[in-house]
Design a protein around this ligand. Structure first.
Ligand SMILES: [Zn+2]
Length: 174
């Protein structure tokens, strides 16, 4: 790719594989472990390569425990829209957005797990749209509980999610 073109690219979009996966599942009759579909916005405050590798592993770990038929695009953004929270899900576009700047990978991971649970709820007709905004709605509680549990399980299985960030902290303090 020529460098002029590369300079103009702000989003790296990895091709959505959901259609191929569905086809493969039909052909083989087996559940395919989904690969995360990430759109990574370049810029200051984006996750490091190491953290991104860990995050991909985490997303696959979540997908393995959810019933998602159509893989959403997960955007990692460094530009927070005014008044927006740490993340959100747009069901009509099957699109998750997560703010990464200045946030620890554990927080980013928790946000993504929460939103992925909403994807599961929508794709299995279990999200009560009226309750979307209420922190006490059953769908919201379910997403929060799912995220908490999966964070606990994943960090038990892959404690390096803590170690990597500790190393980075030490480097920064020098
Ligand atoms: Zn929610």
């Amino acid at each position: 790719m020529n460098s002029l073109v590369q300079d103009n690219i702000t989003h790296l979009i990895i091709m959505n594989l959901s259609k191929q996966i569905i086809l493969l599942e039909k052909l083989t009759g087996k559940k395919v472990i989904l690969e995360p579909t990430l759109s990574i916005e370049e810029g200051e405050g984006q996750l490091s390569e190491q953290d991104l590798d860990m995050l991909k592993k985490f997303i696959s770990y979540c997908l393995d425990r959810l019933d998602i038929h159509e893989m959403p695009v997960i955007q990692l953004t460094v530009k927070r829209a005014e008044g927006s929270t740490t993340g959100g899900y747009v069901p009509n576009d099957n699109f998750i957005v997560t703010y990464t700047k200045g946030r620890h990978i554990l927080d980013v991971s928790r946000t993504i797990a929460h939103e992925l649970k909403h994807v599961d709820q929508v794709q299995n007709d279990r999200l009560e749209v009226d309750d979307e905004d209420s922190a006490e709605s059953p769908s919201e509680i379910e997403a929060t509980v799912f995220a908490a549990k999966i964070m606990r399980d994943f960090s038990k299985e892959f404690p390096e999610i803590y170690r990597e960030s500790l190393k980075r902290k030490k480097r920064l303090l020098k």
